[in-house]
Design a protein around this ligand. Structure first.
Ligand SMILES: Nc1ncnc2c1ncn2[C@@H]1O[C@H](COP(=O)(O)OP(=O)(O)O)[C@@H](O)[C@H]1O
Ligand SMILES: [Mg+2]
Length: 227
């Protein structure tokens, strides 16, 4: 039995540039079920990041709705929206966005530390477990600058998963990596999908990687079409 994690209906975004309007997304419909693996490909500037930001509630649509686990984002106050995001979604970007002054363990633990009523010991244990899962168990006390690009991106994946999100939104997560290292990050995402049932929506330029996802879409001319 499948359960819908996220649903976008008639989702659109316009940007105003002076007097003229730029329609980046016209009307996008997309439903993501638990455990789904979705790839979105599209040329640079086609609106992929804009779409992921809307899906993740990081930006407001011009039209249409995003519903996450049955709750329409537009009906929530900013604080409730942030809570729903923290509980349901994980984000991975092209750039890792790890905080340079903190160790990997602290970086990975951060999203859980933002929750109330969690014990520090439990959080550290959870973060250690996840670092192990992404193959960085022996790097817990290192800082991001001491890691390779691939390791940093694996740490970013661990940080995104510490809240056990139902859905991971990834925006060109391998865009800054060489093909071999990128492949490793993909293997990791797929393994986590298989192990924990985390649904994946991954934006990528790399067709070879997109082919590993069971559902593929192309974003072009403001609309999303199945590939
Ligand atoms: N905040 C913004 N204000 C104005 N235009 C924007 C803004 N964000 C994105 N755009 C424009 O929307 C289009 C899509 O951008 P983006 O979603 O980043 O594309 P992609 O991720 O596919 O490369 C681009 O033409 C970009 O210039
Ligand atoms: Mg982008």
């Amino acid at each position: 039995m499948s359960e819908t994690v996220l649903e976008a209906r008639g989702l659109g975004k316009d940007f105003w540039e002076g007097q003229s309007v730029l329609t980046v997304l016209s009307t996008i419909d997309l439903a993501v079920e638990c455990g789904d693996r979705v790839a979105i490909v599209g040329a640079s500037g086609s609106g992929k990041s804009t779409l992921l930001h809307l899906l993740g509630g990081l930006d407001q649509p011009t039209r249409g709705t995003v519903t996450i686990q049955g709750r329409a984002l537009s009906r929530l106050r900013e604080r409730e929206r942030a809570l729903l995001r923290n509980r349901t979604l994980g984000f991975v970007y092209q750039f890792h966005h790890l905080l340079p002054e903190f160790t990997l363990l602290e970086n990975v633990a951060m999203p859980l530390l933002l929750r109330r009523g969690v014990s520090l010991t439990a959080v550290r244990q959870e973060a250690r477990g996840l670092l192990g899962e992404v193959g960085l168990a022996d790097r817990a006390s290192h800082r991001p600058a001491e890691l390779s690009g691939g390791e940093r991106q694996r740490a970013a994946v661990a940080r995104a998963l510490i809240t056990r999100p139902a859905l991971l939104l990834a925006d060109e997560p391998t865009g800054n990596l060489d093909p071999h290292t990128g492949e490793g990050v993909y293997e990791l995402l797929l393994a986590l999908n298989a192990r924990h049932g985390t649904a994946l929506v991954v934006v990528t330029h790399e067709t070879r990687l997109a082919e590993r996802m069971e559902r593929r879409f192309r974003l072009d001319e403001t609309t999303l079409s199945p590939l």
